[in-house]
Design a protein around this ligand. Structure first.
Ligand code: KE4
Length: 427
């Protein structure tokens, strides 16, 4: 038994499943998760000292790579001043001003501690503002684990094959309508039937929790039209796509402005964070200004703010999006070519520096087609790549992320590993 296996065995005695978030356990690939000792740049090292090129990036936050000097320095500078006060700081004002400046549809923003809190707060606000109960989400999209949103969620739930979750009361789940993504007809039919009962649509404008799905722009435009027509709130969950696919996220890329936006991950630089924001007149309904309640002991935590501000400031200075686009294209078109050479059908979906591969012969455009891809082949691929020093998400329903620390040389090394993996799989 190696050290990770020993630690996992030990962890399972006191932590459910040995992990603090289900998808980390790698159940769908049937491998013990590596226990991490440290990471820097694009490389992560396990407790045995094995080094891997990292495409998980903490599931999105590490767009600058691990232990980026600017982020580390910002945290260290704050440490000596205390870790939490429960009172406002200038850092929170700087963070809010930066988000408002960078994200087109955000005029006011509230910090929370996770993407889950951001999404649950945004739907509570939408229900409060409209006085309506029903919310619309899309199969395969994941917005954290708040009760109303664990209905055909993607990510962990998709990986574990649980359609919803025990513990979510039926009379709450019944207010959530989950529709197929990229299906305008289904959307129109739902609004024809329930339109005036619908408080909001919450959507990942670039889904990344059923693997990455490329949105049909006319579908996204229809979301905006139909919510406006029926007086419902449009919420873009940009916890992953925010600052990832463009400085202003997916809403900058597609030019569609939601009423509310959820953020997380990148804005904390790896520390616990979330945020929701949007139109001023909607956000002013939040306590203590307004009557919709939401709170959090550690919301706007100074260490998380320092790390997040350093991350966003560095991103603005570097403006790495063209380089990330190029690296993404090199990696994912390379994977497609290599798989074809090995006679292995592969569908590749990518937006900027995040993408997924599906072992499928047909396009993957929604949860149904994502689930139809060959999970057994993914397991073989995952094992073969990990054996060759490439660290991928242990699930076919996640994204691979490229950071600014990934070099052409590391991408080439990854493609060489993939060539070996596909060759092994084709035998
Ligand atoms: P957190 O509560 O995990 O910070 O954020 C929830 C969330 C909300 N919205 C989107 C679009 C998300 O992708 C997430 C969380 N993402 C998953 C992985 N795809 C987190 C990984 C995990 O659950 O451990």
């Amino acid at each position: 038994m190696n050290q990770s296996e020993a630690l996992f065995k030990r962890a399972c005695k006191t932590i459910p499943g040995g992990v603090n978030s289900p998808v980390r356990a790698g159940k769908s690939v049937e491998m013990t998760p590596p226990f991490i000792a440290d990471a820097s740049g694009a490389v992560i090292r396990d407790v045995e000292g094995n080094a891997y090129i990292d495409y998980v990036g903490s599931w999105g936050p590490m767009i600058l790579g691990h232990a980026h000097p600017a982020v580390t320095a910002a945290i260290q500078e704050r440490l000596g001043k205390g870790t939490s006060y429960g009172a406002p700081t200038e850092l929170e004002v700087i963070m809010a001003e930066t988000i408002v400046d960078m994200v087109p549809a955000i005029e006011m923003v509230r910090m929370v501690n996770s993407g889950t809190e951001a999404a649950m707060s945004a739907i509570r606000l939408a229900r409060g503002v409209t006085g309506r109960k029903m919310i619309v989400k899309f199969d395969g999209c994941y917005h954290g684990h708040a009760d109303s949103l664990l209905v055909s969620a993607g990510s962990g739930l998709a990986t574990l094959g649980i359609p919803g979750s025990p513990g979510v009361p039926d009379d709450l789940a019944k207010h959530t309508l989950s529709l197929p993504f990229n299906d305008t007809e289904g959307l129109n039919a739902a609004f024809d039937r329930y339109g005036h009962e619908i408080a909001c649509i919450i959507v990942e404008p670039v889904p990344a929790n059923m693997g990455v799905i490329v949105p049909d722009i006319t579908f996204l435009q229809r979301l905006r039209e139909i919510t406006t027509a029926f007086g419902a709130i449009l919420i873009f969950d940009e916890v992953i796509s925010g600052f990832r696919v463009a400085p202003g996220g997916a809403q900058e890329r597609c030019g569609i402005h939601p009423d509310l936006t959820c953020l997380g991950k990148i804005i904390g630089g790896g520390l616990p964070v979330g945020a929701y924001g949007g139109k001023r007149e909607i956000m002013l309904r939040m306590a203590p200004e307004g009557d919709v309640y939401q709170a959090g002991t550690l919301s706007g935590n100074p260490l998380a703010m320092a790390a997040g501000i350093a991350t966003l400031t560095t991103l603005r200075q570097m403006d790495p999006y063209q380089q990330l686009e190029k690296m993404g294209d090199t990696l994912f078109s390379g994977l497609k070519t290599l798989a074809e050479k090995a006679g292995i059908p592969l569908t590749v979906n990518r937006v900027g520096s995040m993408g997924s591969i599906f072992f499928a012969e047909t396009p993957v455009s929604d949860f149904k087609t994502a689930k139809a891809s060959d999970a057994g082949r993914f397991k073989q691929y995952y094992k073969a790549m990990r054996a060759r020093g490439i660290y991928l998400a242990p699930s076919p329903f996640e994204a691979a992320f490229i950071s600014t620390a990934h070099t052409e040389e590391l991408i080439e090394k990854t493609l060489r590993a993939a060539a070996g993996a596909f060759e092994e799989m084709s035998r």
